[in-house]
Write a protein that binds this ligand. Structure first.
Ligand code: NAD
Length: 489
């Protein structure tokens, strides 16, 4: 671990953690730090080792306990890309860091620098705010039958409230006019439905900012075709993962974009690209993505004036045609530079502003006003039935229905059987392809059933030789049923 300090005014110093990572990581980190130092950033640095070396030393998480201590103590982490070795059960350090540190918000500004960097979208200036902890990334997966595996999509109210509020506060701070929400709530009415509902609730608190919702498929098409129609876009994790790369690429290059991962306590800043091992050690890589991450970091720690000086110098460098190989274009670029020389070109322009691209002006106080999530009092909850998922190798749903409908009694009644979500009993289609994974839905004959009834059903199923692979309770909250119908029901 090394300690370094960029400025002598110890009073306002912020101590940060850095990791130089793998592949091109050390080169782009050195270039970025050289620019930060020349711009007089008030930071002290603790360097930690993460990534390939740590993985290959036998630590499958890629990071030691001591390094976690440093990151948690300093709370601000600037990380170069790392290489995750293939196979061997190595866990992605990026995903682990986001989840362990509760970095719920991933922010990726994607703007074009036309005509200096080629893009089909010269007016694009979009910020993707991606929920960073939940959704299918909860990583809860199971194989349940020979033919079927599942991945749980978890969406929580605190997760939705925090990310949506972050998007609106970000929009307000950075003088953005509109926040758009992307979901697929026409299909996933509970999970994406909650995200959309919370978006509508929170949007109402920001009457000064326009808001809108798009179904993610057509929204993504519109984003790829007419990105200038969007300003800030907030979305659940998986859509955000995919679309933030699309947005960065169509703005010019994934090599130019940085991202911020923000939590209530800690924050991590990085380039969005990987460690590009084939380019490593040749002084070729573009340090701009990591530099963009570092600029977001400076804004985060309140050094907005330094962030602004660097960003304007960087824009001027790109505008002057001083380009690394990845964005170099004959006729547009003037000089092809290596990593170190590009950093030097930015340093030489500190204090200058771009002449054609729009210079940036960051607010003096960039602290976002984010209240802690407050848990609401529990809603009245009724157990209205249960879905029993069974592993059954038969092919005719009527045979299964004959078997399990005998379990109906005064308290519950078999109401439906589905296969992969499609109703196959009663009145199924013989054309519906059925796997070995069946859902038998038992609903209350009156209003509610007891927990004990579910245990009884499980016991009966086991006694009859039918294997229940999981159950899902069917609840109503505030009198409203909170579970999906079968497709075709
Ligand atoms: P990559 O982003 O590392 O590289 C893809 C290609 O993009 C490179 O071959 C190179 O031509 C170009 N490129 C990327 N960054 C560049 C830069 N700064 N300057 C110039 N050209 C650049 O993607 P990959 O090859 O799929 O992944 C390589 C490794 O990086 C893998 O081990 C992967 O797991 C890891 N990775 C790490 C992170 C991270 O640490 N945040 C993110 C993505 C991938």
């Amino acid at each position: 671990m090394t300690y370094r300090c960029f400025a002598s005014k110890i009073k306002s110093m912020t101590r940060i953690t850095i990791a130089k990572g793998d592949g091109i990581g050390p080169e782009i980190m050195d270039a970025t730090l050289a620019i930060l130092k020349a711009a007089n950033a008030q930071i002290e640095i603790d360097e930690i080792e993460v990534g390939e070396k740590v993985y290959l030393s036998g630590n499958t998480s890629g990071i030691s306990d001591e390094s976690w201590d440093v990151i948690r103590r300093n709370k601000v982490f600037l990380k170069a890309p790392i290489t995750t070795p293939q196979g061997g059960g190595y866990k992605s350090l990026n995903v682990t860091t986001r989840k362990f540190l509760g970095l719920y918000s991933n922010v990726r500004p994607c703007f074009s620098m036309s005509p200096f960097v080629s893009t089909k979208h010269p007016l694009m200036d979009v910020v993707i705010v991606r929920e960073n902890e939940e959704d299918l990334y909860a990583g809860i997966e199971h194989q349940q039958t020979d033919e079927v595996v599942q991945c749980l999509k978890l969406i929580s109210r605190p997760g939705c409230e925090k990310i949506v509020r972050y998007a609106f506060e970000y929009a307000r701070l950075y003088n953005r006019k509109k926040v758009t929400c992307f979901t697929k709530d026409n299909i996933m009415k509970q999970t994406d439905g909650l995200f959309h509902k919370v978006f509508d609730e929170i949007a109402a608190e920001y009457p000064d900012i326009e808001n809108e919702h798009w179904i993610v498929d057509i929204g993504a098409a519109k984003l790829a075709d007419t990105p200038e129609a969007f300003d800030v876009i907030v979305m659940p994790n998986l859509y955000g993962d995919i679309l933030s790369d699309v947005a960065a690429q169509i703005a010019g290059s994934v090599g130019l974009a940085g991202s911020a991962n923000i939590g209530e306590e800690c924050a991590m800043f990085e380039a969005i690209h990987g460690s590009a091992p084939r380019r490593a050690g040749q002084n070729l890589a573009n340090p701009s993505g990591l530099l963009q991450g570092a600029i977001m970091m400076l804004n985060h720690i309140g050094q907005n004036d330094v962030a602004e000086r660097i960003q304007n110098a960087w824009l001027r460098t790109v505008e002057d045609g001083y380009h690394t190989y990845d964005i170099y274009k004959e006729g547009v670029s003037k000089v092809k530079l290596g990593t170190t020389e590009f950093a030097q070109a930015v340093i030489e322009r500190l204090g200058q502003a771009p002449q054609q691209l729009k210079p940036v002006k960051y607010a003096a106080n960039s602290k976002l006003n984010l209240p802690k999530y407050v848990r609401k009092s529990p809603a009245p909850k009724e157990l209205q039935g249960v879905d029993l998922f069974v592993h059954w190798t038969g092919t005719d749903p009527n045979t299964l229905a004959d078997h399990v409908s005998k379990w109906s009694d005064g308290e519950v009644k078999l109401s439906m059987i589905t296969n992969r979500g499609i109703k196959v009993w009663p009145d199924g289609f013989k054309e519906t392809y059925c796997t070995d994974h069946w859902r038998c839905r038992f609903k209350a004959t009156d209003k509610v059933i007891s927990q004990h009834k579910i245990i009884q059903l499980l016991q009966t199923a086991s006694n009859s030789g039918l294997e229940v692979i999981k159950t899902e309770n069917l609840y109503a909250f505030n009198g409203v049923s909170a579970f999906s119908l079968g497709q075709g029901q």
